[in-house]
Each structure stands twice: as C-alpha cells, then as structure tokens.
Write a protein that binds this ligand. Structure first.
Ligand SMILES: Cc1cc2nc3c(=O)[nH]c(=O)nc-3n(C[C@H](O)[C@H](O)[C@H](O)COP(=O)(O)OP(=O)(O)OC[C@H]3O[C@@H](n4cnc5c(N)ncnc54)[C@H](O)[C@@H]3O)c2cc1C
Length: 340
C-alpha cells in the first residue's frame, strides 16, 4: 500500500503537524449483524464534540449495513466520511487484524484524533496503535475540555485528572457512560472503501466463541440494573430475590465482586473498578455495602436505590433513595408491588 507517511521519516512525520488538518477517525463497533453498538454512538458523540470533520471506520462482513445505518440514522454534520472495510477477517474484532488497518489510516491520512469506546475492543486496539505509532494513548476519558485537554478518572474514580496532550495525534478511548448517544437523524457522509491490507502474518485466527444466551438487556447499556451483593448470603437467595425484581423492571442484573467471588452469579455481571462501568437511569443495590471499588462502577447512575439493614452503610452516601431493613422482606414486597 502506498502512503505518504511511509516515505517520511517518523520524527519528521510526527513534528510535521502543519501538514495535517484537524480531523477525527472514530472506530465503530457493531453487533455480528452489523448494528452499530450504543458505545460507538457515544464515541461518535465524543468525536462530534471535538468539532472536527469525522471519518467513521466500520469493519467486517456486515460493514455495509453499518455504513447505511450511520448515514441514515445519525444526525452528525461533522461526519463527512464512512470508511468501509468489508472483510470477514475483521468480524470478531481481533486486535491483531484491526491494528494494522487503523495504523495505516492514521499514518496516511490527516487525522489529529482517533476515538474508540473503552470497550474490550478499544482496550485491545488502542495500546497497540500507540506503540506502533509511538504516541501515548489517553484512556477512558469522561469529558472533553478542548481538542487537547481531557478529563479522566484515576484512583478508581476517586479523583479526576485533567490531562493536556501536546502530541499532534491524540489516541483516545472514551467511557461511553459519560457521553450520551449521538442524536438520531441523517447525514451526508461519503462512503468509501478502506485500504486493502495484507492478511496478518501473526498467525492469529478466530477459533470460535462460547456465549451465554441471555434475554436480558446488556449490562453495559441497560437503562435499569438490579444489583446484588454479599448481603444476599448465597446463590439461591440471589436468584430468588434479584431475578424476579429484575424481571419486573425489565432490568439487567449486576453484582459486586464479593457476590461473584462467592459464586452467587457469573463474573460477567461484576460491576466496579475491576468489572463493568455502568450509568443506568435506575440502579437498585441490594445487600451492597458500597465499597469504593464498587462505587467506581456505578456511582454515575442517575437514580440509585439502596436496600441495606445497616443505616451506616456507605452505599447510602450515594443513594437517592435508601430502604433500611432486611432485604428478605423488602425485596419480595417491592417486586410484588411493581408486578401489580
Ligand atoms: C483491587 C480491588 C478491586 C476490586 N474491584 C471490585 C469491583 O470491581 N467491584 C466490586 O463490587 N468490588 C470490588 N472489590 C471488592 C470491594 O472492596 C468490596 O469487598 C466489595 O464490593 C463488597 O461487596 P458487597 O458490598 O457485596 O459485600 P459487603 O461489603 O460484605 O456488604 C454486604 C452488605 O450487605 C448488607 N446486608 C447483610 N445482610 C443483609 C440483610 N439481611 N438485609 C439487608 N442488607 C444486608 C450489609 O449491611 C453490608 O452492607 C475490589 C477490591 C479490590 C481490593
């Protein structure tokens, strides 16, 4: 593949910011059917806040469907190009396959910003691109102050760092719960093909996936979450109390690390510093003390309801509504009233 950047020594290339205009490359994740994920709509919103022209990169067998969705369902005046890499090799978002493509685009085009959501795909791809291009990524940002300045949580969300980045290319991952989805509508973006890449020489290939089938809303994007902690005592009580309440609210189920470690539920449900970060409209915390590592994953929820028999439990400091009492009595009563 011919590119201008490949002919320019990297030091000169990095310092030659005058060669570039400000523009943003946004990486878009999709479902296997090619539906754009909510987290990527948030990434587009973040890209839009930079005010630069945006190119959106969609990949995989169903990249055409994703490109149509981006053009016809999203109101974003800054989105002027949709780059389509229709290739089954990208279907499972293997970082070994995606990194060369993103790197090639970032090298050869005049991008000042690269934005991806802070999902497992983003977390896999961003450091690789940073290492190959020799730029420091700025991870998990929650706010854009200006094109060079970003806010990101540190110390498990206990402090916010405002980071000014002097690099001429900013490689950014966003915390999607901090950026609402971009507005619905349509745009005039041009659809173009991505450069053809040689197949990876790393010998990595997708062997298969074993997925737990779940009818519930996805934890990362659910608007309501019912979450259980160690106060539920065992798996049987967790399932008997948390599941019906979640059913009655059409909510996703979450848990603390203590509940996961004790085997009450699957570890994919863990919320917190070392689990998922969520910000639903409603978060119901049952038998959860409110340790900082748990709060790091849910304290941005719009309305927090806590059920705990200890009035001094720290969860009440972040709760909008607190029910002090035995969860074995409160939860069935609440479920019954909601179901009625
Ligand atoms: C490096 C590190 C990373 C971590 N990452 C995470 C993380 O990502 N997510 C996470 O959640 N934790 C994480 N933790 C663990 C965290 O510190 C806490 O131990 C954990 O969150 C506590 O879970 P819990 O609230 O379920 O349990 P507990 O702290 O034991 O709280 C149980 C609560 O239930 C209440 N209760 C008991 N019985 C009843 C009853 N009958 N009715 C009503 N209430 C009752 C109690 O009053 C208590 O407040 C991490 C810890 C470390 C060190």
């Amino acid at each position: 593949m011919f590119s201008i950047a490949s002919k320019v020594p990297s030091v000169l290339y990095k310092s030659a910011s005058f060669l570039r205009l400000s523009s943003t490359l946004a990486f878009i994740e999709t479902s296997p059917e090619g539906k754009v994920l909510q987290s990527s709509l948030s990434a587009l919103n973040a890209a839009n806040q930079l005010g630069n022209p945006i190119s959106a990169l969609v990949v995989g067998s169903n990249a055409n469907a994703a490109s149509e969705e981006l053009r016809n369902k999203i109101k974003c005046g800054n989105l002027n190009k949709i780059i389509v890499a229709k290739n089954a090799a990208y279907d499972n978002f293997l970082p070994e396959m995606l990194t060369p493509l993103c790197t090639e685009l970032l090298r050869s085009d005049q991008y000042s910003h690269f934005i991806v959501s802070s999902s497992s795909v983003g977390k896999n791809v961003l450091p690789r691109i940073g290492a190959l291009l020799d730029y420091q990524p700025i991870c998990d940002i929650t706010k854009i102050v200006d094109a060079n300045t970003f806010v990101r949580p540190i110390y498990a969300g206990n402090a916010l760092a405002t980071v000014k980045c002097p690099q001429d290319k900013k490689l950014i991952s966003i915390r999607s719960s901090s950026f609402p989805s971009i507005e619905e509508g349509a745009n005039e973006a041009e659809i173009v093909d991505a450069p053809l890449m040689e197949s990876s020489s790393l010998g990595t290939q997708w062997e298969g996936a074993s997925l737990v089938k779940n009818e519930r809303p996805d934890l990362g994007s659910a608007t309501r979450i019912v979450s259980g902690g160690r106060g539920l005592k065992n798996k049987e009580t967790f399932e008997r109390l948390v599941t019906p309440l979640a059913d009655s609210l059409h909510a996703a189920i979450g848990a603390t690390r203590a509940a996961v470690d004790a085997g009450f539920c699957d570890n994919s449900l863990q919320i917190g510093q070392t689990g998922k970060v969520v910000a639903p409209d409603l978060y119901i915390a049952i038998g959860i003390s409110g340790a900082i590592q748990h709060l790091a994953g849910m304290k941005d929820s719009k309305t927090i309801v806590a059920i705990n028999n200890d009035p001094e439990a720290p969860i009440f400091q972040v709760a909008d509504f607190g029910l002090v009492g035995d969860l074995n009595e409160i939860v069935p009563e609440l479920t019954q009233k909601i179901t009625k």
